[in-house]
Design a protein around this ligand. Structure first.
Ligand code: BG6
Length: 471
């Protein structure tokens, strides 16, 4: 693809999350979240036995980090408030937690960065998990109360709010494939959790609107949802069963959230199929009215890799729960072997075009996109700088498809790279590095820009995405 130009008002920024950066896990009155509890109970589960405790030392280094982002030409940063830091066990605001976030946001603003705040990034406080977590309506309501308190504490400082990051991931990772604590493999429970998260999201949006009507925010405040989206692909010559696998994958992973945030309802065909296969959702009288409140001002789309599916080999799993799709391995797939994820930049265009067609009013931005590479020190030059040309290729190819989507009518307003500064990646800890800035664990978490940092400065300040030869 030839060089392309992004609109002048297109924004560039950095995505990160509280639990993956802050560290200081037991300071300032912070309570344990599930990552801390899992780290305490079974540190061997984490790469090189690096648990949640230190993050990437952001709490001590945020001034330096914001200066690095600004120097790269970025204009915004998204992070998350940790529920377990902002509120105490009784649901009251923890003054030290509140003071920390005021300092953090002031530091970003002083550097000239707009701050986007997300309220939940896979970080359930453990005491609430022990009360039932997302399976419990009391916890769902506690989340709405937490959101209301966050809006009121920071409403004058923050205009861009998000209720959840990737609400599909906890149902998958904690309750379907069982890779994350509490390691459940229960499709029905996962869908019940997914449903309750929608109620939590909608209640939080309602709180946002109440706060907005009471003048809690500065003018222009917006609420959104961030999820990972990709149109599901299947084999080139699909059977009716393959297409059915696409319908249900798309229904659960995409349309479920897109219908919620644009229409305030969940897709009827998906609900009917789930019911016909014995999956019961914890629907209560009055829920329809709650979901109606869940429409948002805009959407964040995290995009790393496409989803490819085919008809399942078996209809049900060991619990008797339905299986709707099996993975399909595309023979032409280009892989990022470090992460085991396919690299398919066109997916971001296809998603943008799908929104343009099916949800034409919905504005969005690319809220995460990035490439995690293992043993990145092997790519250091004689001066010790990581020469990450592969990452430049990755970002450029995605941005070219973003530019094409915009040219073809998609309402894509900006791009946030994950994670501009290397951070802690859940179970993989620091195995795969995503950053445009290296974090050196052997040197007290010191920061050093990689080659891609100056490439990003060039693109973010000119809005011109070069073609490959111009890198
Ligand atoms: C997204 C998440 O799914 O992908 C981030 O919002 C995560 O929290 C990122 O870190 C990259 O995935 P991973 O598992 O390699 O860290």
């Amino acid at each position: 693809m030839q060089e392309m130009r992004l609109p002048d008002d297109f924004f560039f920024g950095a995505a990160m999350s509280g639990p993956q950066t802050e560290g200081a896990w037991a300071q300032g009155g912070k309570l344990e979240n599930l990552w801390d509890t899992w780290s305490n109970e079974s540190l061997d589960d984490f790469h090189n036995r690096v648990g949640s405790y230190g993050g990437n030392d952001f709490t001590r280094r945020h001034d330096e980090d914001f200066a690095l982002l600004k120097d790269m030409g970025l204009d915004s940063v998204r992070t998350s408030i940790q529920w377990s830091r902002l509120l105490d066990r009784d649901g009251a605001v923890n003054p030290e937690g509140e003071a920390y976030y005021h300092r953090l946001f002031a530091s970003a603003h002083a550097a000239g960065l707009e701050v986007f705040v997300n309220l939940y990034h896979f970080d359930m406080p453990t005491y609430l998990f022990r009360r039932g977590g997302w399976a419990s309506r009391d916890v769902v309501e506690a989340y709405a109360d937490y959101a209301a308190k966050a809006f009121r504490a920071f409403g004058k400082e923050i205009s861009c709010w998000f209720t959840f990051n990737e609400p599909i991931v906890e149902p998958e990772m904690r309750y379907t494939v069982g890779e994350w604590y509490p390691f459940a493999k229960d499709f029905s429970l996962a869908r019940a959790i997914q449903y309750n998260i929608c109620i939590a999201h909608s209640l939080a949006v309602r709180e946002f609107r109440i706060a907005r009507s009471e003048g809690v925010f500065a003018d222009g405040a917006r609420i959104g949802l961030i999820n990972c989206f990709t149109p599901p692909y299947t084999r080139e010559d699909p059977s009716a069963e393959d297409l059915e696998a696409v319908r249900m994958t798309d229904g659960i992973a995409n349309r479920w959230w897109l219908d919620l945030v644009t229409k305030g309802e969940l897709p009827q065909d998906v609900l009917e199929t789930l019911a016909s296969r014995g999956v019961r959702l914890p629907i209560r009288p009055g829920d329809e009215q709650i979901l109606r409140q869940g429409t948002v001002d805009w959407l964040g789309c995290n995009y790393y890799h496409p989803e490819r599916v085919q008809a399942p080999a078996a209809d049900t799993d060991a619990n008797g729960d339905p299986i709707f799709a099996d993975p399909y391995v595309w023979p032409d797939a280009v892989m990022n072997e470090s992460r085991g994820w396919e690299v398919f930049p066109q997916g971001i265009y296809d998603f943008g075009m799908m929104l343009h067609r099916d949800y034409p009013e919905l504005e969005f931005f690319v809220s995460e996109n990035g490439m995690g590479i293992e043993r990145e020190e092997q790519f250091k030059d004689a001066s010790g700088q990581v020469q990450d040309g592969y990452r430049i290729d990755f970002i450029r190819d995605h941005l070219l498809w973003v530019a094409k989507a915009i040219a073809d009518g998609a309402k894509c307003r900006g791009y946030h790279y994950w994670a501009v500064i290397d951070n802690w990646s859940w179970k993989n800890a620091f195995k795969n590095r995503y950053g445009l800035v290296e974090v050196d664990l052997s040197d007290g978490y010191s920061r050093r820009p990689k080659k891609s940092a100056s490439w990003m400065r060039q693109v973010a300040t000119t809005h011109v995405v070069p073609n490959k030869e111009e890198n």
